[in-house]
Design a protein around this ligand. Structure first.
Ligand SMILES: Cc1cc2nc3c(=O)[nH]c(=O)nc-3n(C[C@H](O)[C@H](O)[C@H](O)COP(=O)(O)OP(=O)(O)OC[C@H]3O[C@@H](n4cnc5c(N)ncnc54)[C@H](O)[C@@H]3O)c2cc1C
Length: 539
């Protein structure tokens, strides 16, 4: 990995605005807000988010939250389903911890005002790919994230000790003698701030935007992963990007996710000739785990030389379809598609990053003072492939653990906090006028689809590595002064780590499929993770 600046921007503690807080939470998705809400009222919490507080992957979640709630279901079954999807790379202790905690976390969301859908006076439960039982709670049909975040944001706003700064971009984590002591942020219209915190909780979500085709909103550019890396944290499992099999593919539409729950309720996948192809690909047919379905779609698209496949709900009860999937119906209707009759054109898109900042069973990263929760992490829950609807629950459980852990750590620290004499001076770069951020961003996102997509091989990975080496050389050594510029620098950093992981892992496992090493190789890989090489700062 070639060297880059330790900080993306110049700053000097002597002439920058300062702000002090007991706990700094970076990110206002479900993991960040759950962490903030766990901190007791006598400690101050500042939550920063780079866009509006409603812009997060959490708000866009559709299908729901997995938790054992019905008498027919068992914790052991949910654990087993998670381990099977994870393809030998899950940490069983973490899986058991999260799955046993799930029902309590769902109760907490209800206590905070989340209105989950009900059937006959009980929570309605649906089933998704890879789950052996109906165990997914959902809200507003297919807008679970929107409803859950509405209730959680309202609850956080009632707490006097929690402040939320939106439009506040975290550029970098501040470190002193190896420990995290805060962050340098850019507040919209108010310039840079140094936020000093006794403990920092990173909950900045994933990095789907690194791909041209993604279900993620624009905020998901991997900023927190890249900032943690520059701050010295270990990242791991970066080769494991989950591709959602069914993303609406209509020219002119945003890449809208068509939830797994649609197949859970009985929809079929058909090729351009109207043939079902999943029964031949896997005994679980349309309910096979995501990686299996995504690869089957990829192969079908290659075989039929067609740009997409189709979801077919026309054999299902139209009233049930419209009642269960109002959001998907609205999205499709705006392109003239009637989901009760027409086939929906879909193809896979980058959806969820299993890899990220390594955390232990309490949510501690490898940098003292820095905790992390949610999609920004690799906790060991998802292994090589996340089971559907298991990530909101991970954010809730690890958010809780981080909030508690940070609180306990603060109780053992001195009461007072002071600003440290930190500074960074990046020499000015030449030829800035010729550097087109939007163009390089588009090139990176296309390269990732082409060379680091659903099916990978050494030749294409090496080509991507070489492209990135060249791009990083001129893009990471200069100081940029815009959100789009920092996001590009972060995405380049993350993309390099992802490609390094994919090259190192010469086997196929979970979502990582190498056509030159098409089988899982337990003898050589077993439970081994690919961890990031240490960050090297320019002198
Ligand atoms: C379309 C879609 C549907 C999904 N459906 C489901 C589902 O049904 N069930 C399920 O379990 N999972 C689902 N997922 C996955 C799940 O939504 C996410 O994994 C989860 O919400 C991640 O939560 P988080 O709190 O870790 O991150 P996020 O919710 O993404 O929050 C990240 C926060 O960090 C902020 N941030 C990022 N960078 C910076 C920065 N530089 N400075 C300041 N703030 C920053 C963002 O603005 C945001 O507030 C879905 C994902 C998508 C995209």
């Amino acid at each position: 990995m070639s060297a880059a600046n330790r900080y993306l921007v110049s700053f000097d503690a002597r002439d920058t605005f300062h702000r002090f807080t007991d706990v700094l939470v970076i990110g206002a998705g479900i993991a960040g807000l759950r962490a903030a809400l766990e901190v007791p009222p006598d400690l101050t919490v500042l939550v920063v988010t780079k866009d509006r507080v409603t812009e997060s992957n959490s708000s866009y979640a559709q299908g729901g939250i997995a938790g054992v709630r019905s008498p027919e279901d068992r914790f052991e079954d949910h654990v087993e389903d998670t381990l099977i999807a994870g393809d030998g790379l899950c940490d069983r202790t973490v899986v058991e911890l999260v799955i046993h905690e799930a029902p309590h976390q769902i109760d907490k969301l209800i206590e905070w005002g989340t209105r989950f859908d009900e059937e006959n006076g009980h929570l309605a439960l649906t089933r998704e790919g890879g789950h052996s039982h109906r165990r997914i709670v959902h809200a507003l049909g297919d807008s679970t994230g929107f409803e859950m975040m509405r209730a959680t944001i309202s609850t956080a706003r009632t707490r006097p000790n929690i402040r939320i700064w939106d439009d506040t971009f975290t550029i970098d984590l501040l470190t002193h003698t190896g420990a995290c002591v805060g962050a340098v942020v850019a507040r919209n219209g108010m310039g840079k701030f140094l936020i000093w915190a006794k403990q920092v909780i990173l909950a900045s979500g994933g990095c789907g935007m690194v791909y041209r085709e993604t279900t993620n909103p624009p905020v998901a550019t991997g900023d927190g992963m890249a900032a943690a890396y520059r701050a010295g944290a270990e990242l791991r499992d970066m080769e494991f990007m989950q591709f959602h099999p069914t993303v609406l593919y209509v020219a002119g539409s945003a890449r809208y996710l068509v939830s797994e729950a649609v197949r859970g309720e009985g929809a079929y996948l058909r090729d351009v000739n109207g043939e079902r192809f999943m029964p031949a690909a896997d005994p679980r047919a349309e309910l096979a785990p995501r990686d299996v379905v995504a690869r089957a779609i990829f192969r079908t698209m290659e075989k039929t030389q067609h740009l997409n496949v189709y979801l077919d709900l026309s054999h299902l009860d139209p009233a049930m379809v419209l009642n269960r999937f109002p959001g998907i119906n609205r999205a499709c209707k705006s392109f003239g598609l009637d989901i009760t009759k027409d086939r929906i054109p879909v193809r896979p898109g980058a959806h969820y990053m299993m890899g990220g900042v390594t955390v232990d069973h309490q949510g501690r990263t490898t940098v003292p003072g820095l905790w992390a929760a949610g999609e920004v992490t690799s906790s060991g829950l998802h292994g090589a492939n996340r089971l559907a609807s298991n990530s909101l629950i991970e954010g809730l459980v690890y958010g809780t653990l981080c909030g508690r852990g940070a609180t306990d750590a603060i109780r053992k620290m001195p009461r007072e906090m002071t600003a440290l004499p930190l500074r960074c001076a990046i020499p000015p770069a030449e030829m800035d006028a010729r550097f087109d951020i939007a163009d390089l961003t588009a090139s990176l996102r296309s390269l990732m689809v082409r060379n680091m997509g659903i099916v990978r091989d050494r030749t294409r990975l090496l080509e991507a590595k070489e492209n990135l080496r060249f791009w990083c050389r001129y893009a990471l050594s200069r100081e940029l002064d815009s959100k789009a510029g920092w996001e590009l620098q972060n995405m380049l950093t993350i993309a390099r780590l992802m490609i390094a992981g994919a090259l190192a892992r010469d086997e196929s496992r979970g979502t990582h499929y190498r056509s030159d090493f098409p089988t899982r190789d337990d003898a050589r890989w077993g439970l081994r993770h690919v961890t990031s090489e240490p960050f090297v700062a320019l002198a």
